[in-house]
Design a protein around this ligand. Structure first.
Ligand code: FNR
Length: 193
């Protein structure tokens, strides 16, 4: 059987983003586990803020269709999100909203969210580690979109001090938590294949 494919999506474009660094480390762990990994940047899927008039006049923008196709080529998706005001930042929420509007070839609604395994992680300099963003993101994915989101998740607190100079996690408990997410994502993605 061919190697399982996992897509990693950081929810921040900020230079030096803690979430992008955590996503890069997760991608390394996934590769070490024998998975075929794709790590993208949402900068390559530039989208206007969702507007139903825009959709009615011009349809769903091409980058949203491309992002949906990218998700569709993978059996698992890991979202690594910052926390803004106790929730999911607009960059990631907007991308999810647009992808949820893509309808193709008579497939059932939200098929791309339902046919694969999702995992979520967050990093924040604060003490909650983006936990409230994770709660919101889990709700969006499960209640809103019918996705399977694995129980294990990672909230990396004090992220401004959590990484070594070569972008490993200093605390072995953090490193083990990340590996736990990676292992469970692979397991569930394999089961859903
Ligand atoms: C934040 N930040 C933040 N952090 C947090 O832990 N809880 C929060 O509710 C918020 N709220 C919030 C709102 C807005 C508008 C901004 C811009 C920022 C801080 C945020 O987590 C921090 O900037 C992270 O470094 C962002 O993630 P990246 O870009 O480092 O991945």
């Amino acid at each position: 059987m061919s190697a399982i494919k996992i897509l990693v999506i950081p929810g921040s474009l900020r230079t030096g983003s803690f979430n992008a660094r955590l996503a890069a480390l997760a991608a390394k762990e996934l590769a070490l586990a024998g998975v075929e990994v794709t790590r993208i940047s949402l900068a390559d899927y530039a989208l206007p803020i969702y507007d139903a008039d825009h959709e009615a006049q011009s349809g769903v923008p091409r980058p949203a269709v491309d992002l949906k196709h990218m998700m569709g080529q993978h059996q698992g998706v890991l979202l690594v999100s910052p926390e803004y005001n106790a929730s999911v930042p607009p960059l990631l929420k907007n991308a999810i909203d647009w992808v949820s509007r893509v309808r193709e070839r008579g497939e059932p609604p939200l098929q791309v969210f339902r046919g694969r395994a999702f995992a979520i992680a967050a990093a924040s300099a604060g003490k909650f580690g983006g936990m409230r963003a994770l709660m919101a993101l889990r709700q969006i994915l499960t209640l809103g979109l019918g996705a399977t989101v694995i129980p294990q998740q990672m909230a990396l607190s004090a992220a401004d001090h959590a990484f070594t100079d070569d972008d490993q996690l200093k605390d072995t408990r953090d490193a083990e938590a990340l590996r736990g997410v990676v292992r469970q994502l692979i397991d569930v993605a394999q089961q859903m294949r």
